[in-house]
Design a protein around this ligand. Sequence first.
Ligand SMILES: *Cc1c(COP(=O)(O)O)cnc(C)c1O
Length: 407
Amino acid sequence: MKEMYQSLGVSAGVYEFGEEILRDLRPRFDAIDQVAEYNQAKVLQAMQKNKISAACFAATTGYGYDDVGRERLEQVYADTFHTEAALVRPQITCGTHALAVALSANLLPGDELLSPAGGPYDTLEEVIGIRESPCSLKEYGVSYRQVDLLPDGSFDYETIRTAIHEKTKLVTIQRSKGYATRPSFSVRQIGELIAFCKSIKPDVLVMVDNCYGEFVEPIEPSDVGADMIVGSLIKNPGGGLAPIGGYICGTKHCVERCAYRLSAPGLGQEVGANLGLLPQLYQGFFLAPTVVAGALKGAIFAANLYERLGFRVIPNGTESRHDIIQAVELGSPEAMLAFCQGIQAAAPVDSFVTPVPWAMPGYDAEVVMAAGAFVQGSSIELSADGPIRPPYAVYFQGGLTLSLIHI
Ligand SMILES: *Cc1c(COP(=O)(O)O)cnc(C)c1O
């Protein structure tokens, strides 16, 4: 094995250091496998209940009327996440698009959007209008209010109480830290925050940005009162196989509105050809609990390895996990580039290219991204990225095969 790694450019010393770290992690890996097994059973049950068969994998084109496979896939998502309805579509181009659809479908002029747990993910700044953009919610007369986390990372309940008023229509909560160095929230914490907001205003809607959180815990935010959970299929729930797509799962009322926003008023969920992508969407969802377990193990491995080397890592080596992201504060742009170049060199695709920072649409700083992925930008595949700004942290995630190797 050592020789094999040496031929891949990993020295014997580095290999042994990695093995030493891994040895201590076995008990944690066992606990991760248990969660994966439970979530696998949820997905399996949803597929059996909805009688998935070869007929569900057929391609549709054009309008996509009477697309049984598309309808059943949406029901599988709804049943797995315990929601009334689901919109799962290749026409949703990415996570940002899914979130933008969910927000713009459920907020009307004069309404206010509240983020009670600090700033949202970078790309949502333009969706909301925190940074000006054509077609932002702000342009359509939707106002925005934000309550930052307390210095210790907890929710500022007293300020949240005063921030909820008659115009507050929708509360958005982001499960994963995104490109921030705050902790990610557990589903239980999110449930407490939802209960608090609804105790002040029972009819307020709650949307959870569930990106990178799916299948990390035995329950999802939809099990603790979220009206909508939203995410990307080139992250956790696509299992590495989905080539595109996003999902919105939630109440019938909210999801129906999202479908009208995504297609057109009057058309809604009835249109949207699957273009032959359903086998990958089904199989990816089936594999997702296992793939997420592997990604979690990789994240914990990286945390312990870099912690041992003296870097600040978030979460730290022993903390509980609520998403698959591992932040490592490297302290300089050069170190970020070196890290990303290492990840790129280890990839099955584009291992020979050098990642360089670029002005990615939707971000205010240049972003460097290492992704030698089968699906462009897929971050459930082994990847590392981050905005080139202090504290110069890389966000490391994904990996499709670790669960298969370290059984
Ligand atoms: C990835 C991500 C998004 C959406 O990003 P896309 O690149 O548009 O898929 C939104 N929120 C969080 C927390 C994310 O991690």
